[in-house]
Design a protein around this ligand. Structure first.
Ligand code: ZN
Length: 171
């Protein structure tokens, strides 16, 4: 377990699609520990494997104030979404950008934990938003992709997203 550097835009690895975990071995547990240790050095509430350059479908979240509630989602699949909301998001891979994003704020999700045990859960509010933000990363998407063209052009003009907000291109 170790604190790892977090990739930032415009690193092309942030645009790659992560693969499902099929082998639940020691390397998965070590990856979750790296994600946890790295997340806890930041002010963020979620982090996923691609942000550390590991293209597996693994993400962690902790919305507590004292790092007491680590949640691990591996191979997550959302079955139902409801109630659109607009919540401010930021991203550890896109420093200094905070933007409001419209997303569902209620989701039903199935996933697997780091020991290979499947589970189903319902998330609402910030938890639901954080999960979807991290799942976007697993698909090679960034939250700025969800902004209006106007907002993306504005952010690009300030140099803050260095092309990260360009319309999705085949990679
Ligand atoms: Zn992010």
């Amino acid at each position: 377990m170790a604190v790892k550097p977090i990739l930032e835009v415009p690193d092309p690895r942030l645009r790659e699609v992560a693969k499902p975990v099929t082998e639940f071995d020691e390397s998965v547990i070590a990856l979750v520990e790296d994600l946890r240790d790295t997340l806890y050095t930041t002010s963020g509430i979620g982090l996923c494997a691609p942000q550390l350059g590991d293209l597996r479908q693994v993400l962690v979240m902790d919305l507590s104030d004292d790092h007491s509630d680590l949640q691990v989602f591996i191979n997550p699949v959302i079955h139902a979404r409801d109630v659109l909301g607009m919540i401010e998001e930021s991203c550890l891979s896109i420093p200094d950008v905070v933007e409001r994003v419209v997303r569902p704020t209620e989701v039903d999700v199935s996933a697997v934990d780091q020991f290979g045990k499947p589970f189903d859960t319902h998330l609402s509010g910030m938890s639901a938003v954080c999960l979807q933000h991290e799942m976007d990363h697993l698909a090679g998407r960034l939250f700025v992709d969800r902004l209006s063209l106007f907002r993306r052009l504005l952010l690009r003009a300030t140099g803050k997203i260095a092309g990260a907000g360009a319309p999705q291109q085949a990679a």
